[in-house]
Design a protein around this ligand. Structure first.
Ligand code: GDP
Length: 183
């Protein structure tokens, strides 16, 4: 975190990472949140990308620098540098592809290996617009989240369902964790 005291008040900058199998919608969740854009034919470019979003909490400007793997996971090459300094993580699966849900424990392990236990974590079942081909029930998502102590939300980057809510919930949680420590 970078925080600085200015005349206008404190400023916060937190890093958040998005992880999960290829094609679950990580890039589109980020572009929907940061730019209100959706790309049906998105082809991941290799490399790491991030977007910065601001949110006002308790009269303070809280900035989130949200990182996207940008395709690295296809080569199982998400590096420790990607996780370094993260205060929050979204673990994403696709509700229409069970294998992506089954990968979540592996992503959780990787996250635990590379970050400390205070990271705010949310399990995200994306593509909830695809109800007709649902392959993972809401209850299964909830139950995994409960057993691992994660927040849980189903989202759709396509129709915007819960996208802002999911990111902002993680950002607020980080902010409250940090300000509790500071006080
Ligand atoms: P990433 O590899 O995890 O970053 O996934 P992308 O964001 O590149 O998305 C993979 C594919 O899923 C693309 O064709 C997207 O258009 C599509 N997609 C992403 N989010 C959604 C969603 O919420 N609903 C639907 N129906 N398709 C989505």
């Amino acid at each position: 975190m970078d925080s600085s005291d200015e005349e206008s008040g404190e400023e916060y900058l937190f890093k958040i990472v998005i992880i999960g199998d290829s094609a679950v919608g990580k890039s589109n969740l980020l572009s929907r949140y940061a730019r209100n854009e959706f790309n049906p034919h998105s082809k991941a470019t290799i490399g790491v990308e991030f977007q910065t979003q601001s949110l006002e909490i308790d009269g303070k400007e809280v900035k989130a620098q949200i990182w996207d793997t940008a395709g690295q996971e296809r080569f199982r090459a998400v590096t420790s540098a990607y996780y370094r300094g993260a205060f929050g993580a979204l673990l994403v699966y696709d509700i229409s592809r069970r294998t992506t849900f089954e990968s979540i424990p592996r992503w959780l392990d990787e996250l635990k290996t590379h970050s400390d236990s205070t990271v705010a974590r949310m399990l995200v079942g994306n593509k909830c617009d695809l109800e007709n081909i649902r392959d993972v029930s809401v209850e299964e998502g909830k139950s995994l989240a409960e057993s691992e102590g994660l927040f849980f939300m189903e989202t759709s980057a396509l129709d915007s369902t819960n996208v802002i809510t999911a990111f902002e919930m993680v950002i607020r949680e980080i902010y409250y964790n940090v300000s509790r420590k500071v006080l």
